[in-house]
Design a protein around this ligand. Structure first.
Ligand code: NAD
Length: 249
């Protein structure tokens, strides 16, 4: 028996990076995977690869979020795992003095409001089942801040962390676990795009990672699979750092 055998898992941002690696890992561990993404070609490709279902949805739209869980439930009969992972990188100059209100609001909407919407609409399914695991993607910057000026991004991830703690505590007695995943820098299109704009930033980051390299998305996916599984049955409301030692350095 595999660890996630027949669990129904909805993954947002499943078309790329951490979400894609997690879709692959969940499928390997026996889950029925619902791949959600705004980008149809990559999301559909991911679903095809893992033998799952693709739902095109914008996680900032409440209607879309409601529809994606309804589709998962109608197709597979339960929603056991929610990996709320879709997110965007900071705008170009994301210092407190430069970031405009529109850019700030956009980052909060995609990175934080989306997690609120996903939790709000998946918890009723899990409550009825008396069981469920939610993993929300925050970031190591939520724990320790960032010297590279990304105020809107860091604030959004801090919100994800705080919300996960609160929900973890609130729903613990109902068998619903909620944890915040806090990855360090991961070699994904999101990071590559950021570093392409500012190559020095990559070097500055690298220096501060004790293991001396960026993570591969598969290494983050392994942690998500653990948190989603019953192996993590006593872990809830936690900030789960997978950061190559950055936060301890
Ligand atoms: P990525 O850009 O490779 O993948 C993000 C996916 O989310 C894409 O497929 C994109 O189409 C999708 N997406 C974006 N907006 C969406 C929306 N409104 N609705 C639905 N889907 C949407 O990024 P990644 O590096 O895999 O990042 C995944 C998560 O991990 C993000 O929340 C990111 O902030 C977080 N994170 C990344 C790193 C890193 O270094 N890569 C570190 C810490 C945290």
């Amino acid at each position: 028996m595999q660890r996630l055998q027949d669990r129904v898992a909805v993954i947002t941002g499943a078309g790329s990076g951490i979400g894609l690696a997690t879709a692959r890992r969940f499928a390997e561990e026996g889950a029925k995977v619902v791949c959600v993404d705004l980008d149809e070609p990559t999301g559909a490709k991911a679903a095809d690869e893992v033998g799952g279902l693709f739902v095109r949805a914008d996680v900032t739209s409440e209607d879309d979020v409601v529809r994606m869980y309804q589709t998962a439930f109608d197709t597979y009969g339960s929603v056991d795992i929610a990996f709320n992972n879709a997110g965007i990188s900071p705008p170009d100059d994301d210092s407190i003095l430069e970031t405009g209100l529109d850019a700030w609001r956009r980052v909060q909407e995609v990175n934080l409001t989306s997690v609120y919407l996903c939790c709000k609409h998946v918890i009723p399914y899990m409550r009825r089942q008396g069981k469920g695991s939610i993993v929300n993607t925050a970031s190591f910057v939520a724990v320790m801040g960032s010297a590279t000026s990304q105020i809107s991004y860091t604030a959004s991830k801090g919100g994800v962390l705080a919300m996960s703690r609160e929900l973890g505590v609130q729903f613990a007695r109902e068998g619903i676990r909620v944890n915040a995943l806090c990855p360090g820098p991961v070699n994904t299109p999101l990071l590559q795009e950021l570093f392409a704009k500012d190559p020095e930033r990559a070097q500055r980051r690298l220096v501060h990672i004790p293991v001396g390299r960026f993570a591969e998305a598969s290494e983050i996916a392994a942690a998500v699979a653990f948190l989603a599984s019953d192996d993590a049955s006593f872990i809830t409301g936690a900030e789960f750092l997978v950061d190559g030692g950055i936060s301890g350095a």
